[in-house]
Ligand binder design. Structure first.
Ligand SMILES: *Cc1c(COP(=O)(O)O)cnc(C)c1O
Length: 360
């Protein structure tokens, strides 16, 4: 089965083999050494100098995002969430559950983030301490351009918290320019690891202070940071999944890092978009706004999502539905993971066949 959903991805043989590693106790030196390997590899995915430290925890991408907000978002000063999709809204829900003061600047899901609106909000609410935003909004596949937002945050001395779960390893993340306080990522999207571990890269000087705003014991990154300085973890880690992530990161570097992976995704996505354009299927947002790893397509009126999904699944491909109000109107195709040229050819044929029949 080839997974064309936005994570988890189809594993390479090399990463799958690593899952079958020897059993390990998470409190033994061999696991601490493995942890340190993974943390150093995560820190070297992007140029950020030595300014960012990686902290790893067991749980899906949502776990890393929630831990980031738990640890850094203030209990007394508001966090502003910039929303243009499901994942921005999810961050606002997390802050509400944590009982932390928060506000949202929301635009319709099909649109890009509105920095002027954020600026006006910060003018009106100068006590805002943090801004939280999604880099690649997986709801629509829009890669939010964070350059202007990051500059605004820097000028206002507001900490920028980024959900980079679906972009880390596949898109440019100019840490040195954006200077975020922290970014959250996961093993099983652009890094091609197995699901089960996620991570946050955060400013080392801030982690060093030991200060935490966490309302949760498990999701307090300051505890993880302190122990992971020597490779230890406060709680049981998904040890086999960590071994697979370590191998995935080696493979990632062997293949040329994030820029090479970005080129690979662009090649695959361009192919899929062309095939669908020829079949009369349009992208939901302009192609120049799309991320490399995921495209949302508008489902033609005469085509049924369930039939499309099931027919593709019969041929070995899993695609992804639209979320919320986009259900039944949109389908999504991700291009991460181990997908061969022959499989792309078969996918192109299957899509062509379905939509020519849907129109007939
Ligand atoms: C996938 C994803 C998440 C986390 O999803 P999990 O199912 O918890 O792994 C968070 N944010 C974005 C933008 C995502 O694409």
């Amino acid at each position: 089965m080839i997974l064309l959903n936005p994570g988890p991805v189809t594993l390479t043989a090399r990463v799958r083999q690593a899952l079958n590693t020897d059993d390990m106790c998470h409190r033994e030196p061999e696991f601490a050494a493995l942890t340190l390997d993974v943390l150093r590899a995560l820190e070297s995915v992007y140029d950020g100098g030595g300014e960012y430290a990686a902290v790893m925890l067991s749980g899906s991408g949502t776990c890393a995002v929630e831990a980031m907000l738990s640890t850094f978002a203030s209990k007394t000063r508001p966090t502003l969430v910039v929303c243009n999709g499901v994942y921005g809204e999810r961050m606002a829900s997390m802050l509400a559950r944590q009982g932390k003061p928060a506000a949202s600047v929301t635009v319709p899901w099909a649109e890009g983030i509105d920095v002027a609106k954020v600026e006006a909000h910060l003018d009106a609410h100068p006590d805002t301490a943090h801004v939280a935003v999604v880099h690649n909004e997986t709801t629509t596949g829009r890669l939010n351009d964070l350059t202007a937002l990051a500059a605004l945050c820097e000028a206002r001395r507001v900490g920028l918290l980024i959900d980079a779960v679906s972009s880390f390893g596949g898109e440019a993340l100019p840490m040195g320019d954006w200077k975020p306080l922290a970014i959250a990522g996961t093993a099983n999207k652009c890094l091609h690891g197995a699901p089960g571990v996620s991570f946050v890269l955060a400013r080392r000087d801030v982690l060093e202070t030991g200060e935490s705003h966490s309302t949760s014991l498990y999701l307090d990154l300051s505890t993880y940071y302190r122990e992971q300085l020597k490779g230890w973890s406060p709680f049981t880690q998904a040890v086999h999944v960590v071994a697979a992530l370590c191998e995935a990161l080696r493979e990632f570097q062997d293949q040329g890092g994030w820029a090479a992976r970005n080129r690979l995704y662009v090649r695959r996505s361009t192919r899929v978009r062309r095939v669908l354009a020829d079949a009369g299927v349009e992208t939901m947002i302009p192609i120049k706004a799309c991320s490399s790893m995921l495209t949302a397509f508008s489902l033609p009126k005469d085509a049924d999502y369930t039939r499309l999904h099931d027919e593709l699944k019969d041929q070995g491909f899993v695609i992804y539905a639209g979320q919320g109000p986009l259900a039944g109107r949109v389908f999504r195709i991700a291009t991460m993971g181990d997908i061969g040229e022959a499989e792309l050819d078969r996918l192109a044929d299957a899509l062509q066949a379905f939509f020519s029949r849907a129109r007939a």
